[in-house]
Design a protein around this ligand. Structure first.
Ligand code: HEC
Length: 170
């Protein structure tokens, strides 16, 4: 009985000492989950963890596998996170920091060809509305990322609509 009490006291002590570290670790993980940096790798890890295809919404008014234009793909499915959805539905004119638009690009036979993402990051690129641009292969490997000239050049046609083609923000 005495040994058992000793053991319990010991365990309580260990937990007491470890608690700050455990909660700190959990907190750190939570922060990372909430805010990926302007990094293709971190953004992919985030999108995978939150399961964007289940948890994000489809772009309002667009179904799955709708017809796309050059250069993206014959068929497209476009997901938006809550912040992006709020800006579209609220006709905000621009998307807020933290907005994410994920577009899956499919070949005519419906195989996934690439995933292109726009992610709005605080002070990332003020000349072009702070969008961080990424193109992933279907396995998540990064083909292009950052302030990609090609993406910005073409999307610049719709600068007045926060560089977004798919629907009016106003
Ligand atoms: C030559 C023009 C062009 C280039 C280059 C281009 N896009 Fe697009 N993008 C479009 C068009 C047009 C749409 C609307 C969807 C459609 O009809 O294909 C679009 C849609 C998107 C969307 C959905 C949100 C929106 O704007 O409607 C994302 C995300 C996106 N593109 C990311 C990228 C990324 C990342 C790159 C660079 C790797 C890129 N795009 C390069 C023309 C372009």
């Amino acid at each position: 009985m005495k040994r058992l009490m000793q053991l319990l006291c010991f365990l309580a002590l260990v937990l007491f000492l470890a608690a700050p570290f455990l909660t700190q670790a959990a907190h750190h993980e939570g922060k990372k989950m909430m805010k990926p940096a302007a990094s293709g790798k971190e953004l992919w890890d985030y999108l995978t963890k939150v399961e964007y295809a289940k948890k994000f919404s489809l772009w309002p008014g667009k179904g799955k596998l709708y017809k796309g234009r050059e250069p993206h793909g014959a068929l497209l499915t476009t997901y938006v996170n809550k912040k992006a959805l709020g800006a579209i539905e609220g006709k905000k004119g621009v998307m807020p920091l933290g907005a994410i638009v994920v577009k899956e690009n499919y070949k005519p036979d419906k195989t996934l060809a690439a995933i292109t993402v726009m992610f709005k990051v605080d002070k990332y690129n003020p000349q072009a509305n702070d969008w961080f641009w990424v193109k992933y292969a279907p396995d998540g490997s990064i083909q292009k990322e950052g302030k990609v000239g090609g993406c910005i050049g073409c999307h610049g046609q719709v600068k007045a609509n926060d560089y977004l083609f798919t629907g009016k923000l106003k």
